[in-house]
Design a binder for this molecule. Structure first.
Ligand SMILES: *Cc1c(COP(=O)(O)O)cnc(C)c1O
Length: 382
C-alpha cells in the first residue's frame, strides 16, 4: 500500500526529486505586481496593493470588511481583542489545532479551554462545547457566561478552527454560542476558498481570520487578514493594527496603544496576484483529493473527505491510519522515500504553555492525534 501511494504521489508531481507537503506556486502576475512595488518605491506600510488586496478579499469571501495584517497569528490576536477578550477571561477552542490559535489567546492574557473535535469534520464539536459549558459554567445576572465556583471566570469567546480546510459544523457551533452568549471567532487560516452551505468560512463568526503564510493555499510570504461583517469593527481592526494613529496630514497622535501589524505593500502585491488564482487552486486541490480518495478506496488508509453540505479547499489532504503503529510505518516509508508526510499536531493540552488549562473530554482528538497523517498537497500544474 505504502509503495503504491509513494508511486502515485511521484506520478502526480511528475518528479523523482523530494516532494514537499505543500509548496507555493506563482502562475500569474506575481512577478509583475511585486516588481511594480519596487519601481514605485512603495514597498512598505503604505501603498495601493494593501487596499486592493483588502477589497478583493472582502469581495471574494462576501465579507463586509477585510483588514490585512502581518500574519495569521496577529489577525487572531486583534480579532480576539475586538471580540472583547480581556485579561483573566477564558476562550474555548479545540485541543486539535495549530499552536497559533492558543498563542493568540495567551497574547490577550486570557486562557484557552480545550474541547473535543468531531470525527467527521476534524473541527470543534458543538456537543462537546455544549457539554463543557453545561458542566462548568452558568449565565450570570449580566447575561455573561461564567465558570461556577469561587474563582468565577468570564468565558468570552469561542474559536473553532477549520482543520485542513474542512469546515466545522458552524450551524451547531453558532447555536451553542448564542445560547451561552459567547462571541464566535473563526480561525479560518487553513480554509480560504472553503464553503459551508455555500458561504465562505471566516464570515460566520463576528470575526474571522486568515493566514497567507508560505504553506497556505495562497501566500503573501507572510500575512493575514481579519474578516468581519461589522463595518465599525472593521474600522477598529484597521485602527488598532496601524498604531492607532488618528488620520492627519502631518501630526502624530495615537489615541491608544496600537499595534504595528500592517501588511507591507510588497506582500500585498503578491497577495493580489495569488488571489486571482484562488478558484484554480481550489479546483486543482479538489481534483488531487478525488484522486487520492480513489487510490485509497477500500485500503487500510481512510481518506478524509469534506463534510456533507460543504465545499472544502482540501488545503492539506489527510488519511486516518488504523493504529499509531501503522501511522509510524507510513510516516517512515514515505519520508524515507523523499515524499514528505507528517502527523497531525500534538494536542495543545500536551504543550508546556497550555498543560494547566481547563479541558473537557478529548477522546476523539486523542484518537485522531494518534492516527492522522497529511499527504503532499501542493497545487499541481501551477
Ligand atoms: C497557519 C495558521 C495560523 C496562522 O499562522 P501565521 O503563520 O501566523 O500566519 C493560525 N491558525 C492555524 C490553524 C493555522 O494553520
Amino acid at each position: 500500500m505504502f509503495d503504491a501511494l509513494i508511486r502515485f504521489v511521484r506520478e502526480q508531481y511528475a518528479t523523482n526529486d523530494f516532494i514537499p507537503l505543500h509548496a507555493p506556486v506563482f502562475p500569474g502576475r506575481e512577478r509583475d505586481y511585486v516588481l511594480d512595488t519596487l519601481e514605485s518605491t512603495f514597498v512598505s506600510s503604505v501603498g495601493a496593493y494593501v487596499d486592493r488586496f483588502e477589497q478583493e478579499m472582502a469581495r471574494y469571501t462576501g465579507s463586509a470588511r477585510a483588514v490585512a495584517v502581518a500574519n495569521g497569528t496577529a489577525a487572531l490576536h486583534v480579532a480576539l481583542l475586538l471580540a472583547g477578550v480581556r485579561p483573566g477571561e477564558l476562550v474555548v477552542t479545540q485541543s486539535l489545532t495549530f499552536v497559533a490559535t492558543c498563542n493568540a489567546i495567551a497574547y490577550c492574557h486570557a486562557e484557552p479551554v480545550f474541547v473535543d473535535v468531531e470525527r467527521a469534520t476534524l473541527g470543534m464539536s458543538p456537543a462537546a462545547l455544549q457539554q463543557w459549558l453545561q458542566d462548568n459554567t452558568e449565565i450570570d445576572a449580566e447575561g455573561l457566561c461564567r465558570t461556577r465556583g469561587p474563582d468565577a471566570r468570564v468565558v468570552r469567546a469561542c474559536v473553532p478552527m477549520h482543520t485542513f480546510g474542512h469546515p466545522a459544523d458552524l450551524d451547531g457551533l453558532m447555536e451553542v454560542c448564542r445560547r451561552w452568549n459567547l462571541v464566535l471567532v473563526e480561525d479560518a487560516a487553513e480554509s480560504l476558498g472553503s464553503l459551508y452551505h455555500g458561504r465562505h468560512t471566516g464570515t460566520f463568526g463576528r470575526l474571522g481570520t486568515q493566514s497567507f503564510n508560505g504553506n497556505k493555499i495562497i501566500t503573501t510570504g507572510g500575512g493575514g487578514m481579519v474578516l468581519t461583517g461589522d463595518e465599525a469593527l472593521g474600522a477598529r481592526a484597521k485602527h488598532l493594527t496601524t498604531t492607532a494613529k488618528q488620520p492627519h496630514p502631518y501630526e502624530f497622535f495615537h489615541d491608544e496603544v496600537g499595534f504595528n501589524y500592517r501588511l507591507p505593500n510588497l506582500n500585498a502585491a503578491l497577495g493580489c496576484a495569488q488571489l486571482e488564482h484562488i478558484e484554480d487552486f481550489v479546483a486543482a486541490k479538489r481534483l488531487l483529493a478525488q484522486r487520492y480518495a480513489e487510490l485509497l478506496r477500500g485500503s487500510a488508509l481512510e481518506f478524509v473527505h469534506e463534510p456533507t453540505g460543504c465545499r472544502s479547499n482540501y488545503w492539506l489532504n489527510a488519511v486516518v491510519c488504523d493504529s499509531r503503529e501503522q501511522r509510524d510505518a507510513l510516516l517512515k516509508a514515505t519520508n524515507d522515500a523523499g515524499v514528505m508526510t507528517r502527523p497531525i499536531w500534538q494536542l495543545m493540552n500536551r504543550l508546556p504553555a497550555f498543560a494547566h488549562c481547563r479541558r473537557g473530554d478529548l477522546s476523539t482528538a486523542e484518537w485522531l492525534e494518534a492516527r492522522v497523517v497529511n499527504l503532499p498537497s501542493s497545487v499541481i500544474g501551477g
